[in-house]
Design a protein around this ligand. Structure first.
Ligand code: MF3
Ligand code: CO
Length: 253
């Protein structure tokens, strides 16, 4: 069963989405070559306090960080560290989750620093453009499989691969709710989309093969072939007339 949210619940989720987007945007505008990923987390911690919200990831299944910072071949769940320094030309993935008024917000983006090679910039753009297709299918006349298939078709048409081992998710009073939202699948399959469903959709795309490993820290997900990968995440609500985006990504990537 996919839980349907009421209109007042969606209003709170929208508020939560606005706050988490604001926090992501401030974090991203502070990332410069030479900064450690721990320092990025410290900036995030100040913003959580300032906005009076809790970091959703801290302690989640034992995750030690309050945000995730993943560089180049690292896809998701990078643990902030004093030993990891962001360099010119890196691509950096920032994933932020909060809890506000009993509801969760979750948003992520990839940024490129300095003169990042065109190959990586293209990867980021194509990954983000998945949301154009997602928006086409995120409505009550479609099924969940249409969203998944549309991401896969878009990404593979550029010769990239979608990650198989990690998925988007429903979101609400829990960070992860039903359904799982893979970035691959078949049209006209899966549950019908209905007004009141709220999803965190997370296109995860790599230049090489989709296979991933988890590092010895037990969290950091990296591509097996060490090729660069990108991740973006937006929350959206299915409405009577299509969908409403609940998060914003305002920084250039
Ligand atoms: N956006 C990610 C997710 O939905 C971040 C979770 S990090 C974790 O799974 F540490 F909390 F697992
Ligand atoms: Co998520």
């Amino acid at each position: 069963m996919i839980e349907l949210k009421t209109k007042p619940e969606i209003l709170i989720l929208k508020e939560t989405g606005d706050i988490v987007s604001e926090i992501l945007s401030e974090i991203v505008s502070n990332i410069k070559p030479g900064i450690t990923t721990k320092h990025i987390e410290e900036i995030a911690d100040k913003l959580f306090k300032k906005n009076n919200v809790q970091p959703a990831f801290k302690g989640y299944l034992g995750y030690p960080g309050s945000i995730c910072v993943s560089i180049n071949e690292e896809l998701v769940h990078g643990i902030p560290s004093r030993n990891k320094i962001v360099k010119d030309n890196d691509i950096v993935k920032i994933d932020v989750g909060i809890k506000h008024k009993g509801f969760y917000g979750d948003v992520a983006q990839t940024v490129s620093l300095g003169n990042t090679i065109k190959e990586n910039k293209d990867l980021l753009q194509v990954t983000y453009d998945s949301f154009e297709n997602i928006k086409k299918y995120a409505n009550k006349y479609c099924k969940l499989g249409d969203i998944s298939a549309s991401v896969q078709e878009h990404v593979e048409s550029y010769g990239y691969s979608v990650i198989r081992d990690f998925v988007g998710h429903g979101i609400g009073r829990n960070l992860h709710e039903k359904p799982e939202i893979p970035n691959f699948g078949k049209h006209s399959t899966g549950p019908n989309l209905m007004p009141g469903m709220v999803f965190a959709v997370e296109p995860m795309v790599t230049i090489g093969s989709w296979e991933v490993n988890i590092l010895e820290d037990g969290w950091t997900v990296v591509t097996k072939d060490k090729k660069c990968c990108a991740h973006f995440e937006h929350m959206l609500a299915i409405t009577e007339n299509g969908c409403e985006m609940l998060t914003k990504i305002t920084n250039k990537f």
